[in-house]
Ligand binder design. Sequence first.
Ligand code: ZN
Length: 190
Amino acid sequence: MKSEKLKELRIVHYGHPALREPAEQVGRVSGEIKALAARMIELMNEARGLGLAANQVGIPKRLAVVVIEDEPTVLIDPEMVKTEGSQKGEEGCLSLPRLYGEVERPARVKVRATNLSGKRFTLEGEELLARALCHELDHLDGRLFVDLVDESTLHWLVRTRNGEEPVIQPTTLEDALKVFLLAEEGARRR
Ligand SMILES: [Zn+2]
């Protein structure tokens, strides 16, 4: 991918087909993949996210970036090796902005992935990291947190004016997804 094309990449929102596409294996870590990973880290940082999967920039390849101990970590062709226990907690997604809800996830996970040097490594995570890893690996299979969310906890977090506390607005899954689909349709028409 040319560098101008990389610059044009944006985080896509619910309704974009790449979010539902099972991603393809990457295999060899080419210069193109390294450049894509770097751009994804940039976009994740700009959006202040904790993770971003390639599907979320419209490219269904098995590549994700996750913040681990404040450092962006690149996971290529990641696989879930082991999961243990369970935890319930709030989740959101850069592709479904302002929408949050509780999702049950394993308490501890072990993931195997390739790094930017092409070496396989193993990563263990618990609590928030376990949640982030599950969330990003789900993206690579075309799965979103709204597929697993406890609908009774689903809500919008609406920011009003600067300095004011954000307002919580409960919503149904159907209504929330409609909002995103309408926005996507509008974006396509422009
Ligand atoms: Zn997400």
